[in-house]
Design a protein. Structure first.
Lengths: 128, 492
């Protein structure tokens, strides 16, 4: 199970890659593994304003449909439209080609409340 | 790969030009179709309907029905679905011509028997759930949820409480709960479960507030566990100004022993097609009556079946605060007849025994399987239990889906899998009260045998099913590129 050290994580299994005041967001390797093969992805519109914890979209696998929650507040500045035609990218490359949205953070200090890689690994151990 | 259509062709593929099983009578409308219809509505050529004789059709459907697994075949242990055997006497009652042939437009004076049955069923369901009034209109469970939430929203509006738009739903809830709340225009807030598998009281307190419209709760919950803090939960929700909604999907786990009304719930929906024993799972019809406490009675959908002082049953439309109609006519009446027959046949003691046996059977399965499978919440349950494969099985790459597929080779229907979502690799087993000890043992023996296979010969489990007309289906392709209708496209 890959948990890259340079990302932030949530208890609901999203990751955030923070660069300046922007955060790129997706779901973790653990999440894609637990969901199984993903067949549909729902994304927000560019320009949508989201608060931390809001649903930013959904992923649907052959097992279940799950909301994806944004770890940080802000405005959606990019969405990965390639996922709409190839949702399996999330399974194949959850931290790379499987990214879902980019958010311009309105409150960058929220990042401090997220889990670091070590804390997320602990969480996975607890949940196993 | 053998495909189902190799095993049993489609009707279109069985078609032989010119073959007929039925001739329409001579048209007795004068003139031709083109005299009545505009040219764009007329067919240029005949519809490509299959051409078959009666014997072709009967044999086709008989062969298909031989492939079917149903509650008449064996245990059907889908969790939170209550797939119990449905006594045939219920079908007899519902097919009595006085019920089955009754037209919904006849005057109430000509439908007194049917109205009496509905009136009494409303009373019985109110008594069973501890509620004050019941509507029989909703067509099934999720429709009942929607109706109940519409009643709750109307109640808050009537008090000028316009900010109450949030519905709290535990993370173990049935998927219909958040869906119904969203359709009712309310906002869903998820409440975490604690280490016991029950509502986390601190999480609940944190979510309650002046925007809370209601908490939706299933009790026993989808883990088959009784929410033992329910009295405290009800107090907290009511203190915050919210109402309590009872999802009746799991009523089989408490019926006759305790009542949602006594636990503090304000609204309940029931699934007559589950708890009160009518066939379901094939697309319906279901029936999802909603019961409410006194303060919500004015908001019930119209019409309500009522009894006049002179002893006549009538349809009461004079309810100015009603949320309106939620269904054409008066709900799925045939299902109500079956539920009425079921309740009358069992009586209060019988209904209680239903619950006791349902709980006993689920605990028997838990007790037999707990040495062989994992149980995250490893304790006495109500009507269902949730198992998981062990780490050793998973290390051999045998997952819940493989176990479910392999069960078919042993002749059993799989339980609900991958639900509730808070249990990874869940196998959610609800045996119901109608199974015998032998059937329960056969099912447990199969699961134990599959465990052994998973450790000693995992490939046989991973390649399952072996003995069914079609093998492992490509569920990803089925979800992404479904072929839902027949077209003459050759070899699809």
């Amino acid at each position: 199970m890959k948990v890259p050290a340079d990302l932030y994580y949530t208890k609901t299994h999203e990751w955030a890659k923070v660069e300046g005041n922007k955060a790129r967001i997706g779901i973790t390797d653990h999440a894609q593994e637990a969901l199984g093969e993903i067949v549909f992805v729902e994304l927000p519109q560019v320009g949508d304003e989201l608060s931390a914890g809001d649903s930013l979209g959904a992923v649907e696998s052959v097992k279940a449909a799950s909301d994806v929650y944004t770890p940080v507040s802000g405005k959606v500045v990019a969405v990965n439209e390639a996922l709409l035609s190839s949702p399996g990218d999330i399974n194949a490359d959850p931290y790379g080609k499987g990214w879902m949205v980019e958010i311009e953070m309105s409150n960058p200090s929220e990042v401090e409340k997220l889990l670091d890689a070590k804390a997320y690994e602990e969480l996975l151990k607890e949940e196993a | 790969m053998i495909r189902l259509r190799d095993y049993e062709p489609l009707l279109n593929e069985l078609s032989v030009p010119g073959r007929r099983g039925y001739y329409l009578p001579e048209c007795d409308v004068p003139g031709k179709a083109e005299d009545y219809l505009p040219s764009e509505a007329l067919r240029k050529e005949d519809a490509p309907l299959p051409e078959l004789s009666e014997v072709d059709v009967v044999r086709h459907f008989s062969r298909l029905s031989d492939l079917n697994y149903c509650i008449e075949t064996g245990i059907y242990p889908l969790g939170s679905c209550t797939m119990k055997y449905n006594p045939k006497i219920n079908e007899y009652a519902a097919s009595l011509p006085e019920f089955a042939n009754l037209h919904p437009m006849v005057p109430v004076s000509a439908a007194q028997g049917a109205l009496e049955l509905m009136y009494k069923l409303q009373k019985y369901l109110a008594e069973i759930t501890g509620m004050d009034a019941v509507t029989l209109q909703p067509a099934a469970g999720a429709h009942g949820e929607y109706t109940g939430l519409a009643i709750i929203a109307a109640y808050h509006r009537s008090r000028g409480d316009h900010d109450r738009v949030e519905v709290l739903v535990p993370d173990s809830a049935h998927g219909t709960n958040p869906a119904s709340a969203a359709v009712a225009g309310l906002k869903v807030i998820e409440i975490p479960s604690d280490s016991r598998g029950l509502v986390d009281l601190e999480g609940l307190k944190a979510a309650l507030g002046p925007r809370t419209a209601a908490l939706m709760l299933t009790n026993p919950n989808t883990l088959g566990l009784f929410e033992s803090d329910i009295v405290e939960i009800a107090r907290l929700v009511h203190e915050a100004g919210g109402l309590l909604y009872y999802d009746g999907a799991n009523l089989n786990g408490t019926m006759g022993v305790c009542r949602p009304g006594d636990m503090g719930f304000d609204v309940v929906h029931l699934n007559l097609h589950k708890t009160f024993s009518t066939p379901h799972g094939g697309g319906g019809p279901g029936s999802g009556p909603v019961g409410v406490k006194k303060h919500l009675e004015p908001f019930l959908p119209v019409p309500v079946v009522a009894l006049s002082e002179s002893g006549e049953y009538y349809l009461d439309y004079d309810r100015p605060q009603s949320i309106g109609r939620v269904r054409t006519f008066y709900g799925n009446f045939g299902v109500c007849v079956k539920a009425y027959a079921y309740i009358r046949r069992l009586g209060p003691e019988g209904l209680k025994r239903v619950c006791e046996y349902a709980v006993l059977h689920a605990n028997y399965i838990w007790a037999r399987l707990r040495e062989h499978y994992r149980f995250r919440y490893d304790r006495i349950c109500k009507h269902e239990c949730v198992a998981m494969p062990t780490k050793e099985m998973m290390d051999n790459d045998v997952h819940t889906k493989d176990i479910a597929k392999r069960l078919m080779d042993y002749g059993y229907h799989a339980p609900t899998i991958y639900f509730p979502l808070i249990v990874p690799e869940a196998l959610m087993i609800e045996p119901t009260e109608t199974e015998t000890l032998q059937e329960l043992d056969g099912f447990c023996d199969a699961l134990i045998a599959i465990k052994k296979e998973a450790l000693e010969n995992p490939q046989v489990v991973k390649d399952a099913p072996h003995n069914t007309p079609v093998r492992r289906l490509d569920d990803v392709a089925a979800a992404k590129n479904p072929i839902l209708n027949w077209r003459k496209l050759g070899n699809l």
